[in-house]
Design a protein around this ligand. Sequence first.
Ligand SMILES: C[S@@+](CC[C@H](N)C(=O)[O-])C[C@H]1O[C@@H](n2cnc3c(N)ncnc32)[C@H](O)[C@@H]1O
Length: 370
Amino acid sequence: MTRQAPHGAFPEINHDEMARQDFAQRLREYVAGDIVGGNDAVYRHAVEPGFVHSHGRKPETRKEVRQAMERHPFHQAWGALNRATQEIIWDSVQVSLDRQDDALNQRVKDTGVGKGSLRLNPALKTPRYVAAVDIHCMPGNYHTESTEDDAYQGALLDRGAFIYARGARGPNHDSFGHDLLAYLDKAQPGFQPRRILDMGSGPGQVTCAFADAFPDAEVHAIDVAAPLLRYGHKRASSMGYDIHFSQQNAEATEFEDESFDLIFSCIMMHETSAKALRNYVKETRRLLAPGGIAMHMDFPHNEDKTPYVQAMIDWSTHYNAEPFIGTLGDTDWADVAVQAGFSHNTAAVVPMSTVAPHNHMYVLDARKPG
Ligand SMILES: C[S@@+](CC[C@H](N)C(=O)[O-])C[C@H]1O[C@@H](n2cnc3c(N)ncnc32)[C@H](O)[C@@H]1O
């Protein structure tokens, strides 16, 4: 089992808490790895033939697949277990965090290592698409604060997301950053950005991968959620990274026009509304310097997926509080970029599998000519 690398903000985890969290990680492996394929077999051998028998044709939409699958006992049992596992993961981390809340907040506040900076804006309004739902059932979502200097949600996300990913993103939970760097290296070999922006950085694991790859660049990370930024700043600075974290909405930032030559986001798009997506691709264009590159990476496009595959991805829309996954998959990201002012020949949607075979996401590659 891959272990998460500790850092200066990492919560203390005692023996019993680790045993509980290991159980949650193993359960997640079981549900998302060992038995998830049973759905494919059930669909192929029972659900699809049954649908053909009663309708005279195969299901044509993910909704038809979902409704037919929901009647099958295996899918019902798998779905219930998948949802329960998600809740068990958060619970296993919360039990540990609850007993050390004040000490953790104090440790995160007490930075003093590395350079970087942290700038919070208590007046910033949390967008409704973040505030209204506990995304992926994470209690309190990203933004909730109950005390001054609260970093709890940062620790909950750092640890919970690692367990959810079954450690597959590496000990620093940053493999998506390395995949994006591999994409950049292939798309624009030798590119040396001077100013980099990570939109929706969360606890900043991916931001650190970019800071590592471009040690001479000025690196900025923005997010709407103060607890994640506090935690991310402590995490990054304790690891020696010089990253500037600030609380800003990616739809309308405080940065000047054309102030970054590399802008990226990692799995932020599927957590924003359609309107917000358009706004922050527009903001990306405003912030991009001539010759600059933007990379926004997220969940697969639906157009090249069968209704069954779409339905399995869309399971999270209906049962794991991820309201925008399905609609993001239906959206033509390149068209969003063109609407935002990028030209047709400088905006493309590329499968990440071209550089990272295990990565099933896509990247919106949008550029501003030099
Ligand atoms: C799924 S997390 C991804 C975090 C990080 N990029 C990663 O790869 O682990 C999505 C993040 O986007 C942030 N976010 C959502 N909407 C945002 C917005 N309009 N402006 C800035 N951050 C936003 C959330 O607060 C959350 O931290």
